[in-house]
Design a protein around this ligand. Structure first.
Ligand code: 5GP
Ligand code: ZN
Length: 116
């Protein structure tokens, strides 16, 4: 179900312009408006899901399509190393309450001591 006031739903409905990189049946990838890496895309499901925590078992097929889209974007661009980050909940840095994955490349996100 689309959410009328959700900024990412508006982008998907093309009511707000965005730089579309690639899409598949379930997800769209756009350039982040405020890039924090040389390559910074957002992979966004076409249906409104608030966050991973709100995703139903059925909607998990959408998550698979999001990863497939990330794989295909990397393959298209010859990107070998990339990071996929999903902020889940305001306390974890999520600012747009429509689930998305940050696709980051060309930056060492571990340079300041973060280790996973
Ligand atoms: P979050 O903080 O929720 O994990 O990530 C939200 C991301 O959406 C941020 O990186 C922010 O720069 C990006 N963003 C917010 N509004 C827009 C917009 O209107 N267009 C695009 N392309 N990105 C947006
Ligand atoms: Zn939405």
């Amino acid at each position: 179900m689309a959410a009328p006031s959700c900024i990412f739903c508006k982008i998907i409905r093309q009511e707000i312009p965005s730089a579309i990189i690639k899409e598949n049946q379930a997800a769209i990838a756009i350039k982040d408006i405020s890039p924090r890496a040389p390559v910074h895309y957002l992979i966004i499901p076409k249906i409104h899901i608030e966050s991973v925590a709100h995703m139903s078992d059925t909607e998990a097929t959408v998550a698979a399509q999001m990863l497939i889209l990330a794989r295909d974007i990397a393959a298209d661009a010859g990107i070998v190393g990339f990071n996929l980050i999903t902020n889940n909940g305001a306390s974890a840095g999520q600012s747009v309450m429509h689930m998305h994955v940050h696709f980051l490349a060309g930056k060492d996100i571990y340079e300041h001591g973060l280790s996973l």
